[in-house]
Write a new protein. Structure first.
Length: 114
């Protein structure tokens, strides 16, 4: 379960940032997880419940925001979402598209601390 390693890295970033800012507690972390990132949001959430106790982030809310996969068709000049990670076929013209505009994200985007 690589989600545990991801959670540990995000927690370390949060704790380092809290120290840098002179904060003693992390109250909330918001993480964006793209549909194509290879990360299971439920497993990531579970990993945080295992590692937060005993840290300055104990009891912190961990919000995981999903990011849909969006591809772009150069022929139609249209962006479209897809529910598959195997290939991206334009729903308008049927062309297979390789340009991914979003969906690979794995970002710690917000921290609330005091």
């Amino acid at each position: 379960m690589h989600e545990l390693g991801i959670a540990e890295s995000a927690l370390q970033i949060a704790l380092d940032r809290a120290r840098t800012e002179g904060a003693s507690r992390v109250h909330r972390m918001v993480i964006r997880v793209g549909a194509l990132s290879g990360v299971d949001p439920e497993a990531l959430q579970f990993a945080f419940t295992a590692i937060l106790p005993g840290t300055a982030a104990e009891g912190a809310a961990v919000q995981i925001d999903p990011v849909a996969a969006v591809a772009h068709c150069p022929d139609c000049r249209q962006d479209f979402t897809t529910d598959t990670d195997h290939f991206f076929e334009c729903p308008k013209c049927g062309r297979l598209c390789a340009t991914i505009k979003q969906g690979r994200e794995l970002d710690l985007v917000r921290l609330e601390m005091s």
